[in-house]
Write a protein that binds this ligand. Sequence first.
Ligand code: ADP
Ligand code: MG
Length: 327
Amino acid sequence: VTAPPRLDEFARIARFFAPLAGVGALGLRDDVALIDGPPGTQYVLKTDAIVEGVHYLPDDPPMQVAQKLLRVNLSDLAAKGAAPLGYLLTTALPPSHDEAWLEQFSKGLAADQAAYGIFLLGGDTVMTPGPATLSVAAIGTVAAGRAVLRSGARAGDIVHVSGTIGDAALGVLAAKGQELGIGAAEKAFLVDRFRLPQPRLNLGARLAGLASAMMDISDGLAADFGHLCAASGLGGVIEAARVPLSPAAQAALARDPARLATVLGGGDDYELLFTAPAEAAEKIRALSAGLGLPITAIGRVEPGEGVRLLDAAGRAITVEAAGYRHF
Ligand code: ADP
Ligand code: MG
């Protein structure tokens, strides 16, 4: 019998990998690394892997698996205000992933290369007994010193999110066959939000110079807000009633209010979470209108440490699994 691992994902990174980190690694406490490029620019580096049965379901269409793999990486570039350049791809596939699977998978890559103006730069192709593991390393650029880090929040800053929160976490439940008691169109919307994230590259780029701190939401709103506040050496509060919900998520919540924990704690939204001084409100409103993308103020940054989630009456809400953690 193997004992369960004692260190979670973040403790592992802090203990074994952070001591190895060099200049530009941002202490392994941000979304990306930054390396000086040609004068006036920095390269932005990020890698993310997805595993069958963990990040995608065996029945997910291979085209969408490819697109999700690329987009979760592009989302981290977006969260720094960077523009994507290209990517490296490593595939470790069991025999179940045959040429027909690869045909569809590469079609998905081609579609997103066109959509985001990026190219494949290299990679590696290996066999595995399984499960399938796919890894992308994305490279982007940002004007030197313009990247928005997780660590720049100041006490009093307002906390904002793009889009709607919780759709992907509810979409996973729906994709796994859980009966949410909602209509077919609503269910399809939620599953699509899980399978096909929309990296907010345009918004991220325009927030450079406006946002004080930023990250993308991959582990869940509650956990990721905790990461941003910790990186900034501050605490913060989110008012749950202000968290923007899609009509489909609202319908799922109306059926079972306990699903609020899934909405606030679940991951995979790939929306942007950022802080900005109150004076930036007008510019943020204009940005939101210009892009046709909702941006919602949901809380504030405070002195101290730790984050609190409050309900409409100001009572503390505990989110059971504070974000998805490997190990
Ligand atoms: P995100 O949710 O933005 O993808 P993660 O939570 O996966 O970020 O990772 C947090 C930080 O730890 C990032 O800076 C990432 O580059 C770093 N990191 C994670 N795993 C490793 C590893 N095995 N070796 C080096 N750095 C790592
Ligand atoms: Mg990230």
